[in-house]
Write a protein that binds this ligand. Sequence first.
Ligand SMILES: [Zn+2]
Length: 262
Amino acid sequence: MKSIKDEIKSIDLEAIKQRVNLLISTNKTEPAPEKKYRCSKCKDEEWIIKEEDGQAYAIPCECQKERAAERLMRSSRITPEFQSKSFKNFVQEGRPYQVIEALKAACNYVKDLDDKGIPRSSIALLGRPGCGKTHLLMAIANYLLAKSTQVLYFPFVEGFNEIKANLDTLETRIYQLQQADVLYIDDLFKGRREITDFVIEQVFAIINYRYLEKKPTMISSEKTIAGLCEIDEGIGSRINEMCRDYRVILHGGIELNYRLQQ
Ligand SMILES: [Zn+2]
């Protein structure tokens, strides 16, 4: 953790004066309407200007980390493509029974909600790519979102790229992933490169927390339970237990891959 002092940035006093003058001059032509700030401490600037011995400093406001984390959330927001995925437009015809099993599991999953509309369990669709795992989990997410249940979407590869690029918000981000009412992790442990200890540590922190708190988690992965355990036994065994009622593993050959058949 960086200390506050390390984060303090010196700002040229002249630049601040110019900025204030600019604000005053724009205000002359059209008086700004009463503005409500989300953060009254920094007036939504995310920095607080302090002066000491004629020297001005900008100190990061306490709202800054929260806002940075929010920006990350927005960048992994649910796209129109995501929103279009439903149970209705999931093609069943001519697909192997395993894929139909996955569809049934997904349909049963959304029937098993508590009185707040939150699933009572976790779900894992694992195995071969191109079998509609992502389509089905997106359909569940859309179903839940339509019921105003909070679903946090975390595409594994992009999500970790963002985390690594913004390490100062790591704690906040992991906290959000732990706390979300429903967390959807798409393509867990995807990638050709070796999974680093850093990634394993963060995934364990998220999965272990949600396992202990019995928070519903939706997971798609090309890895099987054995494959997940090979990466980290603690993660694999917890996912296995969390998802024991809704766990479909799509084994089998290339014939399961719908994308290749089209
Ligand atoms: Zn603030």
